[in-house]
Design a binder for this molecule. Structure first.
Ligand code: ATP
Ligand code: LTN
Length: 336
């Protein structure tokens, strides 16, 4: 079937209560923008979150928090299909087929798996963490996504998706759309405020290095004001020599809509303190209404769950159609 608008699919893990600024600027902001021009599917990937041990009540709560934040950020359930991965069984079903298509060595080369499993040690690493990228590939291919908006850290998983889609098409005949990564050069990697050469991350950043969107705005302002910069004083974008200042400029520019050269001019002769104070104001002005919108969605969990169930019903129609074609192609008997 030819879609009138190009398709987009993306997912986010409900791994903690709050999204951070990297999630928003690297991914979610693009999700919102793409609704204007694309047929969009957005998924809270709770099955991916289960790859590390999770308290059941916490997982359920984080899933609602994730959905509420997506809505508060501007994902519009009238235009986008917003759903929870585990409510559409086809994801796990297609993942099996994708796993059978993937080489063991190929999966073992995924850097995110290598990093995380090295940190946790083999005995605490689940097989699910190893097969995580194949579930992500299934998420993407089920919806015949043309584009996948993510942060830079997901590029290798997108490359795997393209390779596996091509492999399947070659082996079984044209079936899958080959997905393109949608990764922005400017905001594809937002850095930790305390360690501005590593990405801001839910699992790796120290509390002081990460801007959690649902934090008290005062605490957020304080973190921005104590961001690590350098011993120079000139506000200038230079990602190699001035990673801390460049990261702050990127965040400022994206949220304020002011191009970086204009910001450099604006802060000429003013020093880092002025940049931090202004950025703290911009971020707190953005998070304050975001927090209250999120809270409004959380105040009515029954309505939120119903909205997600409606999203899953819409997603399932597309997913079931793709899976039926795949089952036929690989040679499974049709149940009639
Ligand atoms: P973890 O670091 O624990 O794996 P995470 O903080 O990267 O978690 P995810 O849920 O894995 O969060 O990511 C959700 C989306 O946010 C993905 O598209 C990811 O690429 C993007 N993203 C995550 N961190 C950043 C960052 N620092 N800069 C830009 N985009 C990011
Ligand atoms: N692995 C991604 C989350 C994710 C995803 C997807 C992103 C799961 N399935 C499908 C895009 C498309 C991450 O952010 N860590």
């Amino acid at each position: 079937m030819v879609n009138a608008r190009p398709r987009v699919l993306s997912g986010i893990q409900p791994t903690s209560g709050s999204f951070h600024l990297g999630n928003y600027l690297g991914a979610v902001r693009q999700w919102v923008g793409l609704q204007e021009t694309h047929d969009t599917f957005y998924c809270v990937v709770d099955q991916h979150a289960l790859t590390v041990p999770k308290d059941p009540a916490e997982l359920r709560s984080n899933t609602r928090f994730a959905a509420a934040q997506l809505l508060a950020a501007g994902v519009d359930p009238e235009r986008a299909t917003l759903f929870v991965q585990s409510q559409v069984a086809e994801h796990a079903q297609l993942a099996w087929i994708v796993e059978c298509l993937t080489g063991f060595g190929e999966a073992a080369r995924m850097t995110q798996f290598k990093d995380k499993s090295a940190k946790q040690g083999a005995d605490s690493t689940s097989v699910g963490l190893f097969t995580y990228p194949m579930l992500m590939v299934a998420d993407i291919l089920l919806y015949e996504a043309d584009e996948v908006p993510v942060g830079e850290d997901q590029r290798q998983h997108l490359e795997l998706s393209r390779n596996l889609a091509e492999r399947f098409n070659h082996r079984y005949g044209p079936t899958f759309v080959i997905p393109e990564p949608h990764i922005l050069k400017e905001t594809g990697r937002i850095y930790d405020l305390q360690e501005p050469t590593v990405k801001m991350s839910k699992s790796a950043s120290s509390p002081k290095g990460i801007v959690e969107l649902l934090d008290e705005p005062k605490a957020t302002a304080k973190k921005i004001k104590s961001a690590v910069t350098d011993t120079d004083t000139v506000v200038r974008f230079d990602a190699d020599k001035k990673p801390g200042v460049s990261n702050l400029l990127t965040i400022h520019s994206t949220l304020s809509g002011t191009p970086i050269p204009q910001l450099e001019e604006h802060f000429a002769g003013k020093g880092y303190g002025a940049l931090k104070t202004e950025l703290a104001e911009i971020v707190t002005e953005w998070v304050t209404p975001f927090r209250s919108r999120t809270q409004e969605y959380l105040d009515d969990p029954a309505e939120l769950d119903a909205l997600l169930a409606r999203g899953a019903d819409k997603a399932r129609v597309v997913a079931a159609d793709t899976l039926a074609r795949v089952y036929e192609k690989v040679g499974f008997l049709t149940a009639r």
